[in-house]
Design a protein around this ligand. Structure first.
Ligand SMILES: [Zn+2]
Length: 298
């Protein structure tokens, strides 16, 4: 049975992309992948534990290129909670994982969010988001004080003023970001060789990131998926929508489009929620499309 993924890295030229774990979730597949019931997991049983739940990794991707230090998504934060019959979540390790790379929060120059679900924004400020926010405690600042904070405008507008458990906590996330957030658009280069890819569906303003070698010596590319997929089983079962997909049909269309583009043998995928290994490649359909996980490379 696979477990949440450990810290791992991939090199693209002189650029490195490192998965930094913050924590993990154990999810009820019948609730979160409704299309998988009743027996869709029969050929994917290695992803389920004895209780029939599947693990998701939760964390950040660290991109280091041309002197830049970028974090993609900010995990859960210091929370530990259960949603009965749906999932359990635990976070809190991100800064330790960053320290293991020899970095402090002050070294981070850019934070970019793929989207603003609660498991991608947890370390935004120094206050743990709900449901574990200590009563009466207030935000004193952003965790990554010197960093630009970037997200698509559609994503920011979608969640502004909302207070849903799955979205960005109003006190710990939305308010401290309000005068700091900056918007990025499809195709925009946020650092040498690092570009935004608009991939809506899971949320209205969802983005992925494309990483290439700015020097051009390495012709491979890496795509940080965000939540285009939650589990590598969706490489094969691409019609499985996630219960929290905002527009399920659009999420399927986006996933299918990306999978077709990325099964070129030259592209590494980084799935932040994938268990076992967050990095891998899509093998083109022989009998059916499949996933090939990778350990650290480069
Ligand atoms: Zn997520």
């Amino acid at each position: 049975m696979v477990q949440p993924a450990p810290r791992a890295h991939i090199g693209i030229g002189d650029t490195t992309v490192t998965y930094l774990p913050d924590g993990h979730g154990w999810l009820n597949p019948a609730v979160l992948f409704p299309a998988s019931s009743p027996d869709g997991w029969a050929t994917h049983a290695e992803f389920l534990n004895a209780e029939g739940r599947f693990p998701v990794s939760i964390g950040s991707f660290l991109i280091r290129t041309a002197g830049r230090v970028i974090l993609v998504d900010l995990g859960l934060g210091a929370v530990d909670f259960a949603v009965p019959d749906v999932a359990t979540f635990k976070g809190g390790e991100l800064l330790n994982a960053l320290a293991a790379e020899g970095l402090t929060p002050d070294d981070v120059d850019t934070v970019v969010y793929t989207h603003l679900h609660h498991d991608h924004v947890g370390w935004t400020s120094d206050l743990a988001p709900a449901p574990n926010a200590p009563a009466g405690q207030t935000v004193t600042g952003l965790t990554f004080k010197g960093a630009r904070h970037l997200v698509s405008e559609a994503e920011w507008r979608h969640w502004s003023g909302t207070a849903e458990l799955v979205g960005p906590d109003p006190i710990a996330v939305q308010t401290p970001l309000a005068d700091r957030i900056a918007f990025v658009a499809d195709g925009e280069e946020i650092a040498p060789g690092v570009r935004i890819l608009s991939t809506p569906g899971h949320t209205p303003g969802h983005s992925s990131l494309l990483v290439t070698d700015p020097a051009g010596g390495d012709n491979r590319r890496l795509v940080i998926l965000g939540d285009v997929m939650h589990c590598q089983v969706q490489v094969t079962e691409s019609h499985w929508t996630f219960a929290f997909d905002f527009d399920p049909d659009q999420s399927i269309a986006t996933r299918e489009r990306l999978l077709k583009e990325l099964e070129d043998g030259n592209t590494i995928l980084a799935g932040g929620h994938f268990a076992g290994s967050v990095f891998g490649q899509v093998l083109p359909p022989a009998a059916r499309r499949a996933w090939a996980g990778m350990l650290s490379v480069g």
